[in-house]
Structure formats: C-alpha cells, structure tokens
Design a protein around this ligand. Structure first.
Ligand SMILES: Cc1ncc(COP(=O)(O)O)c(C=O)c1O
Length: 374
C-alpha cells in the first residue's frame, strides 16, 4: 500500500530534535520557527517531558474511560490553575477538530438551538461540524452540506448584534487569533462586545484557542488580552507538545449528562502524562513571561524591516505580510538558511516557534531572515 497523497511535502526527514533545533538524517541542523505547526510548546524532547512519558509507558499507557483515571483530574486541576479557569470542567479528546466538534455539540445540547455563527477566514478543523464553521469551501465535501452556519465579517459588531438579536443562534465560534486566516488579532472592543451580546441573547461563546492558546500569545489564552470569559474554550496543539491530546474547557453553567459526549482514546494515560509534563514545565520555567520577552523583541525587530508590509500577532504567534508572493523566500529560508517557518496564503509568513525559543535563537533567526528577504 502507498500513502494517500494529500500533503505537498518538503524533501526533508527530521530524525532527531532538541529544544528549537531539528536534525535530518544527514545531521543538518535546522532552526525551528514553525514548531511542527504551533504544536511544540515546551520544546522538542524536553528531558522532563521525555522522562515522565517513559516512566508512564512502563506503568500503564491506556485502559478506558469506563474506569477511574486520576491523571485526567491532575490535568484538569493544573490547567485550571495555570489558565485562571479553576471553576470550569474539562472534557478530553484527541485533536483540535474534535474539540470544536464537541464544543459546538455541547452548546446545542445546552440551549436547544441549531444555528452557528463563525467569521470570515475562520479555520476550525476538518470534521463535519468543525469544517462546517470553517470559511474555506475547498475543504468541504457535499456530505458536509446542510449545516446552519452564518459567516460574519471579522471585527464587525453591528453584524453580530443584528444576527444574534434574533435569539436563534446556538453558538458563536471565534479563534483567539486567526491562524490560517493570516494571524489576525480580533479587536479588544469587538471581543468584549461579542461576549456581552452572547450573554444577552443566550448564545454560547466558544473561543477556539487551539493555535493561539497555551501561552503562545504571551498570555495563557489570547482572549485574555480582552479580559473576557467565554462559555467554552477549546485547546489542542501545545497541550501535549506533540502527543495528541485536546480539551474542551466548559463553564460552570453547563450540566454534564452521561452519554452525551464520549471517546475511546481521549484522556488516555500517556496523553494525560504529556499534558501534565507540559503544564509543569510551563510553570517551572515561567514560559509565558519568556514568550513575552522574546516575542516583543522579535515583533519589534521585524517591524524595522522596510520590505515587510505588516507585522501582526502577539507573543510567539507572528504573521509577516509581504506585498509580493513569498514562496521563493520561504524556500531559500529553508534550504539555504536552514530555518523552518510556516505560511498562510501566498503572502504571509507564520512564525510559530517552540515557546522556549531563546533570545540568541531569535537573533540568529533575524540574521538568517535578513539574508533572504527581498
Ligand atoms: C484554530 C484552529 N482550530 C482547529 C484546528 C484543528 O486542529 P486539528 O488539526 O488538531 O484537528 C486548527 C489546526 O490547525 C487550528 O489552527
């Protein structure tokens, strides 16, 4: 059997990783400003993370969600404390799309409504309800049709008010910072207004922090810049530093009902161990303060490049928009300067490094970036 060819691949195979460095089979070292697509939070192969997972693997890797698993409670307690959401409850699954799928289902169970509001350029995942609220027609198959979704312009409070005032919308879903949409930060007043209108109309506000959460923005969650408290928050990517795990953080007003949500693999022993190790390291190493220091430095320095049309983002979630297509620059950055970066669309670089990127590595990146920028 061969692989189903859905990914355009770079001809590089990483075989070893450490911190913010990736090594291929020839021993070539790459600087990682991509974090395996915003997934690596505490750093590649962090020794504490490796030790905790190895020890757990030798005890028990998996049983089932029909028996007690105290590691799940430990994830919930530590995540609640570090994020400032101790009064919320946690439902564990395996991927970002699953997190959004369950969040939107839960909202619909809760208020009995069906319609969902999402925003232009949104990306929320590939499963059925999640792809339904994603504003990329090419990702939707005919089988995904028939969902009741309205896409509103980003940052347009008047459009939100007009739509939600009909009181027939179950939930609004929005990214803490739009990732695939081009690293677009929602206005503070917009998020505050959105939160207020949702409360006034009985609409559930779902904050998708899958890419922008877990310290990436310089706060635990990007929406915390606006000081709002959404009803439901979804997390994934950085949560397991590469081990598949995701979560739905659920406000106290939601009542759990046995059987409404469920999963076979979600919250297994290994996944929880990865999530606990990540939270322990984030706390121990004050990673969020570190993200602010390095992120502010990078954003400041990148703002001095006259070739860049706009620098957007917070912390270590940075978008660099160019007037011209960036395909060739990105290729040079990877093959000549040995730096991994992400892109979105034809004109925007996405920098999503491991959160442990050092000041020295940030300087090194700027030096290499200068060599290819045109
Ligand atoms: C904001 C956002 N939501 C949801 C997802 C989907 O996550 P997953 O690929 O783990 O299903 C992603 C993935 O890139 C994302 O960036």
């Amino acid at each position: 059997m061969k692989l189903f060819d859905v990914y355009p691949l770079w001809d590089i195979e990483p075989v070893r990783v450490e911190g913010c460095k990736v090594y291929d089979e020839n021993g070539t070292e790459y600087l990682d400003l991509y974090g395996g697509h915003a997934v690596i939070s505490v750093g590649h192969s962090h020794p504490y993370y490796v030790r905790k997972l190895t020890e757990q693997l030798n005890r028990i890797a998996f049983y089932s969600n029909s028996v007690v698993n105290n590691l799940q409670k430990e994830v919930a307690e530590k995540l609640g404390k570090l994020s400032g959401y101790e009064d919320y409850s946690l439902f564990l699954i395996n991927s970002g799309a699953e997190a959004n799928e369950n969040a939107l289902k839960l909202a619909s169970f809760h208020n009995g409504r069906k319609r969902v509001v999402a925003f232009r350029k949104a990306f929320h995942g590939r499963t059925s309800v999640a792809v339904g609220v994603t504003d990329i027609p090419a990702y939707k198959a005919p089988v995904n049709g028939g969902q009741d979704v309205i896409f509103l312009p980003f940052n347009d409070l008047t459009a939100v008010e007009e739509t939600l005032n009909k009181r027939d919308v179950s939930s609004v879903i929005i990214e803490g910072i739009q990732g695939v949409g081009g690293i677009r930060v929602p206005d503070t007043e917009f998020l505050q207004g959105l939160s207020r209108i949702c409360k006034d109309t009985g609409t559930v506000l779902v904050l998708d922090e899958i890419q922008s959460g877990y310290g990436r923005s310089g706060k635990f969650f990007a929406h915390q810049y606006a000081g709002i408290r959404p009803d439901i928050i979804t997390v994934a990517k950085g949560m397991g530093n590469g081990f598949p795990i995701a979560g739905v953080m659920i406000g106290p007003e939601f009542k759990p009902v046995h059987g409404q949500l469920g999963t076979t693999f979600g919250g297994n022993h290994l996944a929880c161990t990865a999530a606990i190790a990540v939270l322990d390291i984030m706390k121990e190493e004050n990673l969020i303060d570190h993200v602010n220091r390095v992120g502010n430095y990078l954003i400041g320095e990148l703002g001095k490049f006259p070739q860049i049309k706009e620098v957007r983002g917070h912390g270590l979630m940075i978008g660099l928009e160019f007037e011209q297509p960036i395909k060739e620059m990105r290729s040079k950055l990877l093959f000549e300067e040995k730096v991994f970066t992400g892109v979105t669309g034809a004109h925007v670089f996405r920098l999503l490094p491991p959160l442990c990127l050092s000041m020295q590595e940030a300087e090194e990146f700027l030096k290499r970036f200068k060599n290819i920028v045109s």
